[in-house]
Design a protein around this ligand. Structure first.
Ligand SMILES: *[C@@H]1O[C@H](CO)[C@@H](O)[C@H](O)[C@H]1NC(C)=O
Ligand SMILES: *[C@@H]1O[C@H](CO)[C@@H](O)[C@H](O)[C@H]1NC(C)=O
Ligand SMILES: *[C@@H]1O[C@H](CO)[C@@H](O)[C@H](O)[C@H]1NC(C)=O
Ligand SMILES: *[C@@H]1O[C@H](CO)[C@@H](O)[C@H](O)[C@H]1NC(C)=O
Length: 509
């Protein structure tokens, strides 16, 4: 045991290492914390414990020559080698293990800019390698480590690994079978890849700068322990939580360390908070982490367990946002249906007429009935003005085709033939009865034709509009069709006129 002494490493060292080579049966060799006095040197277990017979606890240290020569282990029996906290530049080129039974190698915290190549000759059974405190750029980054097939644990604390991970995608290729990887204290904020590490069980990412779990981590199938403590997480996303739950189910257990992250307890992180208290995953601190409460005006640090006990009180105001959203969408849908109903109500006649008309056309097609006009209007000279009004209403507003003598009769035909064929070509007939109707020689003819067409099932409606004439004075000729007639006594009052138009329109369908 020679740790924590102030040996010089010049001439003394050369003699010393020659001496070390002769110590063929040495079991424990400790040579750390040189050459200056370190503040809190950690002494080996064997010194403080009375019983130190366990092989696993035996730690050996090998001094290194500062000359540019190859260093080999003094004894092939050494299983445990620790050389740490040495404030000296390494200047030997190679560190050779020949058929070595070395299982545990720690070369840590060297104040050096150069690292020797480690080479393996014959078999090796190295399981634990710790290169903490030496920049990874000059160790694994330069390919200084041989292929270590048996390596189970790799520790690379404080090695500025963030730098290497940005540029080297095959940094961990030399140890494909590791189960434990400790890359804490490395200023890592993002990991692009760690390569193919199928056996990885424990990944220590604590004391880094992560604010979300890198995708590559969730690709490792066998991870059962993940240390994310001392990072920059404000919450953990649902995808990651789902992955963790899946891992736990698959592997039977999962340990997650989240202590000392700047968690936020707010409405947007309730899913994570709930998860903490319902998951079967083993959490450090019993799931009681400090978190920044940002609800309403309450802004203070509290603990997740405390908040869980008072969950309803904390998050009661989160739900209103949901309710407001729901309320608004309900209101919008009610309003839009109201608008729809109002529109439907306002245009009900148009809509009804539209369907009626199409239905009728369809029925007529089936009966092989075709009409050139919708309405034939019979009238006398003294109500031409009114007929013009009727024509405008029926044609321009309602969209029917009307047949009136003065406009539609073909010139040159006999007037009787023309009247007869026109009435035949119309769906309905309207008689406008006025005081001079009695003198109109054609009225009787038209009445006869109307009767004929009605009987032959061609004509559908016969409408009589009396204008400025009392019912008693209607010409007797109408008596023969009276029972088939729809009568409108054309009113004088404006309001009633509107009603009369509506009535007329309804009859045409
Ligand atoms: C990346 O790391 C591997 C393994 O340590 C090493 O062999 C290789 O040389 C490095 N590649 C680059 C480009 O630095
Ligand atoms: C991860 O590393 C940190 C710091 O090096 C250490 O304190 C912690 O115990 C490690 N976590 C696990 C699960 O080993
Ligand atoms: C933390 O929350 C609990 C439960 O709501 C409350 O009783 C306690 O006062 C809070 N602590 C602080 C420091 O605000
Ligand atoms: C959570 O941790 C804080 C700080 O250690 C402690 O005061 C509090 O009682 C803990 N809460 C529960 C419910 O254990």
């Amino acid at each position: 045991m020679m740790s924590a002494n102030s040996f010089g490493l010049d001439n003394w060292a050369i003699n010393f290492f020659i001496f070390v080579r002769k110590l063929t049966n040495i079991k424990i060799f400790d040579f750390s914390y040189v050459p200056l006095m370190f503040k809190n040197p950690i002494f080996l277990d064997v010194i403080t414990r009375a019983n130190h017979t366990r092989v696993e606890e035996v730690q050996r240290k090998l001094t290194q020559k500062i000359l540019p020569i190859t260093v080999t282990l003094p004894s092939k029996t050494v299983q445990f080698l620790r050389i740490t906290h040495v404030m000296a530049t390494m200047s030997f080129r190679e560190f050779k293990l020949t058929n070595s039974s070395l299982r545990h190698l720690e070369l840590c915290y060297f104040d050096t800019k150069f690292f020797p190549i480690i080479t393996v000759e014959g078999f090796n059974s190295l399981e634990h390698l710790d290169l903490s405190g030496i920049s990874s750029d000059i160790t694994i980054g330069m390919g200084r480590i041989p292929h270590l097939i048996h390596l189970k644990t790799l520790i690379l604390k404080e090695t500025n690994l963030y730098n290497l991970l940005q540029t080297n995608t095959t940094a961990f290729k030399f140890c494909p079978n590791i189960m434990i990887l400790d890359i804490s204290h490395n200023y890592i904020w993002n990991i692009k890849t760690l390569g193919q590490l199928d056996n990885l069980r424990l990944l220590n990412l604590s004391h880094n700068l992560l604010d979300n779990v890198p995708m590559v981590v969730t690709k490792f199938e066998n991870i059962a322990e993940l240390d994310l403590s001392h990072n920059q997480f404000t919450t953990i996303g649902k995808k990651t939580l789902d992955w963790i739950d899946t891992q736990r189910k698959k592997l039977g257990t999962f340990k997650l360390y989240l202590n000392d992250n700047p968690f936020i307890c707010s409405c947007s992180t309730t899913a994570f908070l709930r998860w903490i208290f319902t998951t079967k995953v083993k959490l450090d601190n019993n799931g009681n982490y400090s978190c920044w409460v940002a609800i309403d005006s309450r802004n203070h640090i509290n603990y997740t367990r405390n908040i869980a006990e008072d969950f309803h009180n904390y998050f009661v105001n989160c739900d209103p946002i949901v309710w407001i959203k729901l309320g608004i969408s309900l209101l919008v849908s009610v309003l839009s249906s109201l608008i729809c109903i109002t529109l439907l109500y306002n245009f009900r006649w148009r809509i009804i007429f539209f369907f009626f008309r199409n239905l009728r056309r369809f029925a007529e097609k089936g009966l092989d009935l075709t009409f050139d006009y919708d309405v034939y209007v019979s009238y006398s000279d003294d109500c031409v003005g009114f007929v013009k009004e009727v024509q405008q209403k029926i044609e321009n507003e309602w969209g029917f085709k009307i047949c009136i003598e003065d406009r539609d009769f073909i010139v040159g035909e006999s007037i009787a033939t023309e009247r007869a064929t026109s009435i035949n070509k119309c769906r309905h007939i309207v008689f406008v009865v006025s005081p001079s109707t009695a003198e109109n020689e054609w009225s009787r003819f038209e009445i006869e034709r109307a009767k004929y067409e009605k009987f032959s099932q061609n004509l559908q409606k016969i409408v009589v509009i009396t204008k400025d004439i009392a019912l008693d004075n209607i010409p007797v000729e109408f008596s023969i069709i009276w029972k088939d007639v729809l009568l409108i006594q054309w009113p004088v009052e404006k309001d009633e006129v509107q009603m009369a138009w509506q009535k007329l329109r309804l009859w045409f369908f």
